[in-house]
Design a protein. Structure first.
Length: 414
């Protein structure tokens, strides 16, 4: 009796940083901290400018230029006055001239006093603004530090490390409530992820075992030379059906596993992966009269070699199977360009309407049909390819080729 396998262990900690790469000047990124600093600092600066303007206007009104002199000199001829502040009074000779010189001197002194008040106030405002922006930046960082902790935890969770928790300490405010809610969500996600892994492991065992037994029994009966022709024909039909079921089970299990982020990554050359896929599809291509060609330049990515080989194999097999009856070809190209590794699989084949291209990536969907009804596969090849590409942080794009066929382009980060 088959024994149920033990549940899989917790996923290992990620060995790579799933966060986006920082630019050359990360401090220029418009973070909430910078925006709060600019907001509060700008409000202080505007308030300081308004206050300075009011003080200046009040002082200017009090010491307005042109106001009468609070005293008047009365005297005769040959008035002699000297001043180091107002040199103009040294030249006067009469009381009238002296009064005019004193009034002009006071106007100049008032203007100098206002200018000096304005310059000193601006310097004080500049110093206070610097202090206000620095204090606002420090306070914004202190207030938003829990958000930084939440963000770092979320980045680790992106790498499938669901064991991380925020466990935020501090007052019972909105940020702590957010962190506690996030921890509860992680608990549920971890339980669901573990249950999914256990289900995939159990389903893999429970589904493969009876199919393997059926295949063995059918092969044993077919190996009997004395079996009737009708029984051999029935056995071949059942064996083909069993093989199709095995392919369907393998595809579903692989699709379930490939939906998760790849944690353990190793250098993989797409050129080598594509060459292996071509070798596996070479016999089928020769039987159908399809030529496989193309130049494959080195393009090394960080990922899982088995899953990446499945992408290339699915694309090449689809390109071979869905081709023209005669004179068909499949072109497989790999290259590294603009910080990305690219795998391109082009083929001749039937004309594909542009509005039906997206449907090809849905499970069990084919061109002009919604369900499996062909001996060319189980309808999961492109779905698996898209899931594997997403798990590696890349994407797959398809577009109709002029004259018939498709151009499948897979881009993966280097």
């Amino acid at each position: 009796m088959a024994t149920t396998p033990a549940p899989p262990a917790a996923p290992p900690k990620p060995t790579w940083d799933p966060g986006p790469p920082e630019g050359p000047f990360p401090w220029l990124r418009p973070t909430i901290r910078i925006r709060l600093t600019l907001l509060y600092g700008g409000m202080f600066l505007i308030a300081g400018i308004l206050l300075l303007s009011i003080i200046y206007l009040l002082a200017a009104q009090t010491m307005r230029v042109g106001s009468p002199v609070p005293f008047k000199i009365i005297g005769g001829q040959d008035v002699k006055v000297t001043s180091s502040t107002c040199p103009a009074v040294d030249l006067v000779r009469t009381a009238r001239e002296l009064n005019d010189a004193v009034a002009a001197c006071m106007d100049v002194q008032r203007k100098h006093a206002l200018d000096d008040l304005l310059s000193r106030s601006l310097m004080a405002l500049l110093g206070l603004s610097i202090i206000a922006f620095a204090f606002g930046y420090a306070m914004a960082g202190r207030v938003l530090s829990p958000l930084g902790k939440i963000t770092r935890t979320a980045r680790r969770v992106v790498g499938s490390d669901l064991t991380r928790r925020i466990e935020l300490d501090g007052p019972d405010d909105e940020l702590k409530e957010l962190a506690d809610t996030f921890d509860e969500m992680l608990d549920r996600l971890e339980r669901a992820f573990t249950a999914q892994q256990r289900f995939v492991a159990n389903a893999s065992h429970e589904l493969r075992t009876p199919l393997a037994i059926n295949r063995t029994l059918l092969e044993v009966h077919l190996s009997d030379p004395g079996a009737p022709v009708e029984l051999q024909q029935l056995g071949k039909t059942l064996l083909a059906t069993n093989e199709r079921s095995e392919q369907l089970v393998e595809g579903l299990l692989l699709l379930a596993r490939s939906e998760n982020q790849i944690v353990e990554r190793k250098p993989v050359d797409l050129a080598e992966v594509a060459s292996r896929a071509i070798d596996q599809a070479r016999g089928e291509a020769d039987a159908l009269g399809v030529e496989i060609r193309g130049e494959r330049a080195p393009a090394v990515v960080q990922g899982n070699g088995v899953l990446l080989e499945r992408i290339a194999l699915n694309l090449v097999q689809n390109a071979v199977r869905y081709n023209v009856p005669e004179g068909g070809w499949v072109e497989v190209i790999t290259e590294a360009a603009h910080g990305q590794a690219v795998l391109v699989v082009s083929n001749t084949g039937p004309v594909v309407p542009a509005y039906e291209v997206d449907n090809l990536f849905e499970p069990f969907r084919r061109l002009r049909t919604e369900r499996t009804g062909s001996d060319k596969g189980v309808g999961l090849g492109l779905s698996i390819a898209r899931s594997v590409a997403r798990a590696h942080g890349g994407r797959i794009h398809a577009e109709p080729r002029e004259g018939g066929g498709l151009v499948m382009r897979v881009t993966l980060p280097i």
